[in-house]
Ligand binder design. Sequence first.
Ligand SMILES: NC(=O)c1ccc[n+]([C@@H]2O[C@H](COP(=O)([O-])OP(=O)(O)OC[C@H]3O[C@@H](n4cnc5c(N)ncnc54)[C@H](O)[C@@H]3O)[C@@H](O)[C@H]2O)c1
Length: 180
Amino acid sequence: MTIQKMALIGTGVMGMGIAQIAAQAGVEVRLFDAKPGAAEQGLEKLKVTLHKLAAKGKLTEQQLVDTLARLIILESIEEVAGVDLVVEAIIENLEIKQTLFKQLERIVAEETILVSNTSSLSVTSIASACQHQGRIAGFHFFNPVPLMKIVEVIAGLATDEQVVVDLLDLATAWDFGCPD
Ligand SMILES: NC(=O)c1ccc[n+]([C@@H]2O[C@H](COP(=O)([O-])OP(=O)(O)OC[C@H]3O[C@@H](n4cnc5c(N)ncnc54)[C@H](O)[C@@H]3O)[C@@H](O)[C@H]2O)c1
């Protein structure tokens, strides 16, 4: 499965790091945060980072323009419809994550992969309230995301093997390693 469009829910420290590496890798990233103004704030900070990278010669002017164009702020969570992947990077709270995943299921297509960047919660528990649990997995990045270059793919009890393969392929495409 090729990931061309993704949504990033929770535009804090981790969310914006993941948004950066995905947008730099060519993925359209739709940003949503429940706190008013948080996505705008996150994107402003990221713009500064990307301009600094361009000033240091680590991004060409064209890469800078293209990366910025791939970062889109959503007005409502309903606008995540149509993406190939949703990455959740919200507060580390099981009930709030479960509620979000249930909500996401009502918006996205059945084949859309849903992942959590959780550090400590069970992927099986996060997915437990959902109807299509096979497409849900953990995709655990480390802080600071653009520098750490490593991500854990975590299967829950119900996660489809193909979803694990797709996430490992995506990590490789983004030039991220996976620990054994
Ligand atoms: N900070 C780290 O070093 C680190 C490392 C790996 C994984 N994580 C995990 O990543 C996730 C995010 O951590 P962070 O440090 O980026 O947090 P953060 O506090 O910087 O950002 C969380 C963002 O989520 C938003 N949010 C909260 N509830 C929401 C909801 N229901 N819907 C939409 N947006 C919501 C908040 O407004 C905030 O902008 C957590 O699950 C955390 O355990 C964190």
